[in-house]
Design a protein. Structure first.
Length: 279
């Protein structure tokens, strides 16, 4: 098992039961998914390649946006560290509904969606887009491949989070001290056969859904959450650090393996109650 050794016969049966339920979860908690490929930087991307990439993608992804996000870097200098503002050009290509699309950076391509159905459909759209982009960029080396899922677990009236996930994720039992214990977060980071898997489980009662590092995405959300109502966000981030020649089929094959392990982790974390409710 990627996360832990199952401790009882009943747990083993539970996982098999979930594994045998193949197909789309009708009421899946997933609200955002991304897959990203990092590569050797192409510094003249905007002036030389983007117009042709837009021409290739615009039939399926007609929405186009060019931005220059700024990030604060803190490099070391002789007099100590100082804050330096770094600008990174970004090009977004989104579908008509603004629910799925590609983000192109000088050193990365991301396919993301708020309209996730099945992994097979998601991977095929990524594959087709990568082929079109690669035909223009002729990417040389792949440095990293990853997939990330954001799930919103929002109990109905009269339900509790412990009905949806294993007890070990729920943190300190502060309910007797305060009816609103604020925010709690559990983080696990482990090595897998394919790379590094990071799981973040955040509990609070705010309307914020996406983590801060994803807040600048431009897609239309599929769900919202009201302030003052308990919820949890499960952030599953799995990546491989590589140094290989870029090949679309190799990338999709690796994403398949990353997804399979992430899926097993998800099945280990959620309860039978949650699984049956989402199915």
């Amino acid at each position: 098992m990627p996360l832990s050794v199952l401790s009882s016969h009943n747990d083993r049966e539970t996982l098999v039961t979930k594994s045998n339920k193949i197909g789309r979860l009708t009421n899946a908690p997933v609200v955002y998914v991304l897959a990203q490929v990092r590569f050797s930087a192409i510094t003249k991307l905007g002036e030389k390649y983007i117009p042709n990439i837009q021409e290739r993608l615009r039939q399926n992804y007609p929405r186009f946006q060019h931005t220059q996000p700024q990030e604060a870097a803190v490099p070391m200098a002789a007099g100590g560290p100082f804050v330096q503002v770094v600008t990174s050009p970004r090009w977004d290509f989104s579908d008509r509904a603004n629910r799925s699309g590609f983000v192109v950076l000088e050193d990365a391509i991301t396919y993301h969606t708020t309209d996730y159905t099945t992994f097979e459909e998601f991977l095929e759209k990524l594959r087709l887009g990568l082929i079109q982009i690669h035909e223009e960029l002729r990417i040389a080396l792949t440095s990293r491949v990853g997939i990330r899922y954001i799930d919103l677990i929002s109990p109905d009236e009269g339900e509790q989070l412990r009905q949806y996930v294993t007890e070990s994720l729920l943190g300190f039992p502060l309910g007797k001290i305060s009816p609103n214990p604020g925010q709690q977060q559990t983080v696990a980071r482990i090595k897998t056969t394919e790379g590094v898997l990071t799981l973040r489980f955040r509990q609070d009662q705010s309307s914020a859904i996406l983590p801060p590092d994803l807040a600048d995405h431009t897609l239309t959300p599929c769900r919202t959450h009201p302030d003052g109502r308990p919820k949890a966000i499960l952030d599953t981030d799995h990546y491989s650090q590589v140094d290989t020649e870029f090949n679309v089929e190799d990338v999709t094959s690796r994403l398949n393996r990353l997804h399979d392990i992430s899926s097993e982790a998800f099945k280990t974390i959620v309860t039978d109650y949650a699984w049956n409710k989402w199915h």
